[in-house]
Design a protein around this ligand. Sequence first.
Ligand code: IPE
Ligand code: IPE
Ligand code: MG
Length: 256
Amino acid sequence: MGVWTTLFRKFRGRRSYDESFLAEHIPAHIAIIMDGNGRWARRRGLPRAAGHHAGMLAMREVIRAADDWGVQVLTLYSFSTENWKRPRQEIDYLWQLVDEFFQLDIEELVERNVCIKIIGDEEQLPEVTQATIQKARNQTIANTGLVVQFALNYGSRSEIVKAVQTVARRVERNELRASDITEGAIAAALETADVPDPDLLIRTAGDQRVSNFLLWQIAYTEFVFVDETWPEFTRTHFEESIKTYLTRERRFGGLK
Ligand code: IPE
Ligand code: IPE
Ligand code: MG
């Protein structure tokens, strides 16, 4: 049994562990492109909706695993600005699932001290979903544990455009000169201003692309692509992805 297997067995599911050891090794921010629900369903002769439902169950387990491991931020790509191109029926079902998830899981999330955050444009969401989200956010706003950022109707280019507009308005008000616009000023205007950049980005289902997710924030993120579809992705796959991440040498442009 390798050293990592031993350590992961030791710490799995525990809330009390050697904080300093884990703090050094567990990525602070993990972002996930939860892809492949449709393919999972098709391979089983099921409707796409069944794949999305199975995907929700996988998501629940991964949130638990991230919390058990002491991850600080988990960002879950749940609906992109491009996903509006899908059939109305599928989109409606996805919003229904968001409602269902929060209704069923909010109690456990509160119990786990999870703080729920949304990134993306909420205004275009059905009113019921907006209300559900608002409620979940309010219920967890003071929580100090794992931050789960749900990317809902999220598109990175649109986020960057809005950030640039925010900065441009400061220039219009003479609060800032164009020549004083820094990377920090742009980053501070993004919806992710309050969290560190992702250390690890996981994409399931075999495709190796970013699909308009966190383009600014992933400048130095490590990518792990897994072949399993999202509904197949378990706690073990999550741990394996972290182990893969731990084999990488992050140089940030410098030398070892
Ligand atoms: C990911 O699974 C979920 C969403 C994008 C909402 P997909 O629905 O994209 O599944 P595939 O890629 O068609 O298999
Ligand atoms: C990315 O998956 C968006 C989410 C997982 C929510 P898509 O299935 O929409 O991405 P593409 O179309 O394959 O790039
Ligand atoms: Mg897909």
